[in-house]
Design a binder for this molecule. Structure first.
Ligand code: S3P
Length: 432
């Protein structure tokens, strides 16, 4: 793709449906007792991977190609069958980790795998607790990497202190906990996104929360959960950053999920002095939703650390870009999780912005950006990581000269991204 800086940015964008909630709506409803309708489900490569794996396990999912509505007809907690082939999670860590939690409770033999990126991402973080619960799991590299073979069965509840703040780990253990004898508790070092807790509670699961601690008890039956999926704040993020940094911008983002476990970027933008208004605050599908209006802003540097990190984890590459337009130093620390995302996002973010003229240094747990620095168009590689592909696009739309982007992978979470970018810029600015 080729991107140039537009003179002016004006747009109203209906932000695509939330990826995390879309995955969960399929997985949880697949083991519910009855039919659920999921409206505005995200049709992206990652969510299709989850649907395909569940279908291979015998789940009844009616989700025609190109449709924003999926019907899931669950036949109970023990209704899945053994698949006669491997379960391919593609690029999706959420699919793999949550499915492993589900499979731990099934007396079935399954093999899960994914693309080269996913096969290099750490799976020991779910394999260790799922083995403690009683699942039998073999995996490459000493039980840490996919492909993974799992045979579930009789589980017994555990108390597990997760070394990482990860909603995928928490959700995998919670799913297995539904099938385990007694209670299963997960404690996280910081609070991660809580869609699993909200959705499973709404479905009647026996689940308690206490700060960073959740406890689930054996659950014999889940009620189906029909919902309309709210907009994904992680897909609103590129526009929030474009709007704040571009010299003549005003962008209205409609229907964004403002669940406070996800709104770290809004807090970071506020600390940096950005103008973002929350309008029409409402509830949708058990989640808070608002329209967000972002305008050209004067930014100052900020430090992102601690509990803010999991609340903005997928947006941190874009925070580095904000730092290029902010006066002073922008620091991201405590974010060593960035290294094990779809790419090593410390490295890919620093490489990409350095190529464009940014003053940015990598750290083991984040990066430091010195701003402001004008960015220049460059030839960029998204490295097959959707968040890096979108970072490249927005950086290109803020740089002088032309930016060329290969391997953008935006279809993983935001299939209409390039069309929305073209619309945001009056006069059209991108070419395939
Ligand atoms: C997700 C959790 C986060 C996030 C990912 C989606 C989820 O990962 O980065 O994009 O849906 O649970 P971790 O759980 O590894 O932090």
């Amino acid at each position: 793709m080729i991107v140039n800086r537009p003179g002016r940015v004006r747009a109203t964008i209906q932000v695509p449906p939330d990826k995390s909630i879309s995955h969960r709506s399929l997985i949880f409803n697949a083991i519910a007792s009855g039919s659920a309708v999921v409206e505005r489900i995200l049709e992206s490569e990652d969510v299709r991977s989850t649907a395909a794996c569940l279908a291979a396990l015998g789940a009844d999912i009616d989700w025609p190609e190109g449709s924003a509505t999926a019907r899931v007809s669950g036949s109970g907690m023990h209704s899945l069958f053994e698949s006669d082939s491997v379960l391919d999670c593609g690029n999706s860590g959420t699919s793999m980790r949550l499915l492993l939690g589900l499979l731990a409770g099934q007396p079935l033999f399954s093999v899960v795998t994914g693309d080269a990126s996913l096969r290099s991402r750490p799976m020991g973080r779910v394999i260790t607790p799922l083995r403690q619960l009683g699942a039998s799991i073999q995996a490459r590299k000493g039980g840490t990497l996919a492909p993974i073979a799992i045979t579930g069965g009789l589980l017994k509840g555990i108390e597990y202190a997760s070394p990482v703040a990860s909603a995928q780990v928490k959700s995998a253990i919670a799913l297995a906990g539904l099938y385990a004898d007694g209670e299963t508790t997960v404690v996280e070092p910081e609070k991660s996104r809580d869609h699993t807790e909200r959705m499973l509670s709404a479905m009647g699961a026996n689940l308690r929360r206490d700060g960073n601690r959740i406890t689930v008890a054996a659950t014999a039956r889940l009620e189906p959960l029909s919902l309309r999926v709210p907009g994904d704040i992680s897909s609103a993020a590129p526009w929030l950053v474009l709007g704040a940094c571009h010299p003549d911008a005003e962008i209205l983002l409609e229907g964004v999920n403002t669940n406070e476990t996800r709104t770290g970027l809004l807090d970071i933008l506020a600390a940096m002095g950005a103008s973002v208004e929350r309008l029409e605050e409402r509830l949708s599908g058990g989640e808070p939703v608002a329209d967000l209006l972002v305008r050209t802003s004067r930014l100052k540097g900020a430090t992102v650390s601690g509990s803010l990190v999991p609340r903005a984890i997928d947006e941190l590459p874009l925070v580095a870009l904000l730092g290029c337009f902010a006066e002073g130093e922008t620091v991201v620390r405590d974010a060593q999780e960035l290294v094990v995302k779809e790419s090593n996002r410390v490295e890919t973010t620093v490489d990409l912005l350095t190529k464009m003229g940014a003053r940015i240094e990598a750290r083991a747990d984040g990066f430091v950006v010195h701003g402001p620095t004008p960015l220049h168009g460059a030839r960029l590689d998204g490295r097959g990581d959707h968040r890096v592909g979108m970072l490249a696009a927005i950086a290109g739309a803020l740089a002088d000269g032309e930016t060329r982007i290969d391997n953008d992978a935006v279809g993983v979470s935001y299939p209409g991204f390039w069309e929305d970018l073209a619309r945001a810029a009056t006069g059209g600015m991108i070419k395939a």
